[in-house]
Design a binder for this molecule. Structure first.
Ligand code: ACO
Length: 325
């Protein structure tokens, strides 16, 4: 039985916008193709000297401004990222260095676009186990730094941003109702990042650290897996689709989200997304969608949501949660 809930949110996106018109000047593409295939209009791009930990710190500052309690007693920092500043120290330790929280663990999570939902699940598990009281789950990505801007099939998709959610002990009104997760490690070759010392299918991985993807295969996997596991998640908790207020899938691509909704079926109007103005921000996309809904007063305490992260690994985690504030 869960003993925690989400109690605060914060987000940050860099100022620079990369529009479809900008991309038309970089690669052979068009606004029409991008909007029709992905639903994207623009993305944010970090500055040359702005790194993932900088974005994460800004997101936590935004959360702190909107939260009435103290963050000095945060006892675990989890940062979901595929674009950490360094192999080590962790991005979470960079966040601790800035805020100076005195008694906290600090750990990065590498689960690509599923990183946020993995982080929330771990935060709830730590609190439910009784070892932690207040866990901050941050997602931050500077995907533009690992995007190949000569590859039109990937460079139109990705953007930069960060977000943070606070998870606190609450035994009376716990927010985490059920979870599903899974991994298809054999799908490594359809979505990966080069630049580290490894081999894939017997070939050394070389290059400056770019993302490589077989978009069509990722698309097929997601549209098959997410609806199946969404139904398993609801069954586990004895919920029906009518009990849900919102479905918040990873905002990879609007067309993909529409296909998932058609297959379920689930009304696309009851999804929260961040694709249009941020592109695919990997682990951050779900927090951006949640924050837009909070600001628009669409999301309120006690509403029931499915959060579903999925991506490179291939791996996924879906959570059924009750919104906590
Ligand atoms: N502009 C114009 N034409 C393009 C572009 C572009 N930016 N990119 C590709 N094309 C062309 C291709 O060259 C191809 O041309 P051809 O038919 O002459 O060979 C044609 O468009 C169709 O290419 P496909 O790759 O088959 O296009 P598809 O309809 O599959 O759409 C897309 C591509 C948008 C990448 C889609 O496959 C997709 O969204 N996949 C999922 C990607 C994704 O979400 N990944 C991340 C998930 S997990 C995570 O977030 C890390």
């Amino acid at each position: 039985m869960s003993k925690s809930k989400i109690t605060a949110i914060g987000t940050y996106a860099p100022a620079r916008r990369l529009t479809n018109a900008d991309l038309e000047r970089i690669v052979d593409t068009s606004d029409e193709w991008i909007v029709q295939r992905t639903g994207m209009k623009e993305r944010r791009i970090a500055g040359e000297h702005e790194f993932t930990s900088d974005l994460c710190i800004e997101a936590v500052k935004n959360l702190a401004e909107r939260y009435s309690g103290t963050l000095n007693d945060v006892d675990m920092i989890l940062v979901a990222t595929t674009t950490a500043d360094y192999a080590f120290p962790s991005t979470a330790a960079r966040v601790q260095a800035y805020f100076g929280w005195p008694h906290t663990g600090a750990l990065d999570i590498n689960a690509t676009c599923a990183g946020l939902t993995y982080g929330l699940q771990l935060a709830d598990a730590l609190i439910t186990a009784g070892t932690h009281q207040k866990v901050i789950v941050i997602a931050g990505e500077t995907l533009s730094k690992v995007t190949d801007y000569t590859d039109r099939s990937t460079c139109v998709l990705f953007g930069d941003a960060a977000g943070a959610l606070l998870v606190e002990r609450d035994e009376a009104a716990p927010g985490f109702l059920a979870a599903v997760q899974g991994t298809v490690g054999s799908g490594a070759d359809v979505l990966y990042r080069t630049g580290l010392s490894a081999e894939l299918n017997g070939q050394p991985l070389k290059g400056g650290g770019n993302m490589v993807q077989n978009g069509r295969e990722v698309y097929k996997w997601a549209v098959r897996t997410v609806p199946e596991e969404f139904n398993v998640l609801l069954e586990k908790a004895g919920f029906s689709k009518d009990d849900l207020d919102w479905f918040v899938p990873h905002s990879a691509n609007m067309r993909m989200i529409e296909s998932i909704c058609e297959k379920l079926p689930f009304p696309a109007e009851r999804t929260l997304t961040s694709v249009e103005y941020y592109g695919n921000t990997s682990s951050v996309s779900i927090i951006l969608a949640l924050d837009e809904a909070v600001k628009a007063k669409k999301l309120s305490e006690g509403q029931t949501l499915v959060l579903f992260g999925f991506g490179g690994g291939l791996t996924y985690t879906g959570l059924l949660v009750r919104w906590g504030f």
